[in-house]
Design a protein around this ligand. Sequence first.
Ligand code: HAM
Length: 418
Amino acid sequence: MPRSEPIKAVRGVRDLLPSQLPLWRAAEQAGVDVARQFGYEEIITPIVEHAELIERVGEDTDAVSKELYRFTDRGGRNLALRPEATAGVVRAYFEGGLNQGPQPSRLYLFGPMFRYDRPQKGRYRQFYQFNVEAIGSSAAGLDAEVIELAGDWLNEVGLQQLRLELNSIGDGKCRPAYLERLKEYYRPLKTQLGVDSQARLERNPLRLLDSKLPHEQAFKERAPKIVDHLCDECAAHWAAVRRLLDAAGTEYQINPYLVRGLDYYTRTVFEFYPGGATGQQDALASGGRYDGLAEAEGWPSTPGVGFAGGLDRVTDLMAAAGTEVATRPPADVLVLPDGDLAVEAAEVARLLRAVRPVAVDYESKSLAAKMRAANKLGAKWVVLLTPDDAKRHAAQIRDMTTGEQEELAWTELPTRLA
Ligand code: HAM
């Protein structure tokens, strides 16, 4: 008797099945190809980090304050599953001595991230990102570069109609004065704001600008815009980024309300959305500059810029767009022993694996049933093995496309199928 219901996957997480993976791997491969074209190298950092590292991303960040998977390990350490990769990549850049090498360090990373958010379509608690980071330079050229790289990647996977939103949110020099202006503007409106916005007014007023509440939209429109209050250095950087994008023919919309959910950003912030769609959509890729993050983590102050693309969302869209990816059957050759010939079938398969992916049907069913299964699997050849053939170290090889069949010695099989 079963003890209980079968155990299912955890809420908000999902399996990626073999049928989904060709599309998934195509999206990843396109990321690798584009990143390499731009001179980026791969890095892998742990999924587990000190919770404190993640907290330095910003305690007012939703991903940290509300959505962090936090736990204490058996040694009493306060750890977290990473909700994003940038904090870990910056840590690794210093710990691994990349800061001593040529600058900037151009890095890319694939991997799962974890956020305890409300699951819905395109939003998972374990999701996968393609991350790109350029650390060690404040050159505007790199802001434009990572934006171009993100756009190229999305185009490469077949997503052509995109909307790029862009903003600058200043830095530690000019933002405080702007935030004071913003607070002054919002204070008289406080009682008309939603509960979350009221809490943000004094603590994190920038986030008032990405409020989704319908009645707060009119307030936003009249609010002072940060790009009008940048210091000279940030204004020059902002102008340089736009000049570079214009020169590249990259289309973008300046969105003065784009402030991003993570607190570490300075200057450039951007998000790519699927174009042509109506209504609020989730971003496919997003990022920006984070010149204060290294210092917040306790390292020497070091600028950086990057983005992360959501593989779950991108592959969902690719599938919806009917993107065709070449798929291969799991095995080119299927060895079908007729009877108790497991040892011999395994030996034939071993010989053939020098030249082809090979599987063996070990089930005790009729040869006719095994042929039907071979057809379903899409094998190009089957190798039939009867007790009589096996004794002579011979086998019948059948081309499943033409139906032609011939007898060969086992040792001749690899050359025949090479
Ligand atoms: P983010 O905007 O939080 O930025 O996430 C980047 C992308 O990850 C989003 O645009 C989206 O496609 C995907 N994503 C985020 N949350 C989920 C979710 N719950 N389910 C599915 N997909 C999701 C960052 O994480 C920054 N670290 C990006 C960055 C890199 N900035 C500078 N460097």
